[in-house]
Design a protein around this ligand. Structure first.
Ligand code: ZN
Length: 268
């Protein structure tokens, strides 16, 4: 795991990494299972280079340093070195959650506890990594009817809501409705309303170990949702919020007293 608190540049860093540090850019890896875009003509038209590249282009325009990874790469593109060089991992998966190797899930989980930020999008609610970090089924109600969604900001002071209005609308979206079987979020940023009447906690923040996790609901593959400016802004804000903090290290287990032994005796 990289020491994110250490801003020095070592002689062994790759040029792209050196540039990211000099520019103080967040190092983002966008992961996509990349199946719908190859199997479904409609999805291919909306995302000709894959959802991962659409997200990557947007995040580059928001000042991030990008790499992408997909399911069919060795280790799903998420080897130890890639994760060491990643500040925030963005996750999009849907039809192939079960094909993600447990070893890779465990590796990502360990990195999150050590400080890797994780932004989970849309159908990633049922990914192995999100469910393992939440500890619940993460199940929800859904309906694919192309209905309008209104995404309401419920935490206007939260950094993920920066630059937004009270709400924004997505003209056509897949409905995700309550109950969403997640632990109570540590911070709730968005609640969505759907034309059919349901509501959904659509922007949820969680802390696990040193890591920060942001779940954001919009993004069904047959609608051009990741081309919408407000959605791109929220994802960029989420990445910025989830980046590792340079907080103190862990102090666990049997520990000596901070004060001299005579002060401990006075406690007895
Ligand atoms: Zn969907």
């Amino acid at each position: 795991m990289a020491n994110f608190a250490n801003e020095t540049i070592s002689a062994y860093d790759e040029p792209s990494l050196v540039e990211a540090k000099i520019m103080n850019k967040i190092r983002v890896t966008v992961w996509n299972e990349f199946r719908h875009e190859q199997l479904n003509e409609k999805v291919k038209q909306i995302y000709p280079n894959g959802i991962h590249n659409a997200l990557a282009e947007s995040l580059v325009s928001h000042g991030c340093q990008l790499r992408t990874a997909t399911l069919d790469e060795p280790e799903h593109g998420l080897g130890e070195k890639v994760l060491d060089e990643t500040d925030v991992l963005v996750w999009w998966g849907h039809m192939a959650h079960d094909e993600v190797e447990d070893e890779v899930v465990n590796r990502v989980h360990r990195h999150v506890l050590q400080g890797l930020g994780l932004v989970v999008l849309h159908s990633g609610h049922h990914s192995k990594i999100f469910r393992s970090l939440m500890g619940t089924t993460c199940s929800l109600r859904w309906r694919e009817a192309g209905e309008k969604t209104r995404v309401w900001v419920v935490a206007p002071g939260h950094p993920i809501a920066a630059g937004l209005d009270h709400y924004f609308e997505i003209p056509q979206a897949e409905m995700y409705g309550e109950h969403f079987d997640i632990p109570v979020p540590d911070e709730l940023v968005f609640v969505s309303w759907f034309q059919g009447g349901e509501v959904f906690r659509s922007g949820c923040c969680f802390y696990r170990g040193r890591g920060k996790i942001f779940y954001f609901q919009p993004g069904h593959e047959t609608y051009p949702i990741y081309h919408q400016a407000e959605v791109q802004r929220v994802i960029a804000n989420g990445v910025r919020w989830a980046q590792p903090s340079a907080g103190p290290g862990f102090l666990y287990g049997d520990g000596g007293a901070l004060h001299a032994s005579d002060s401990l005796e006075s406690l007895g």
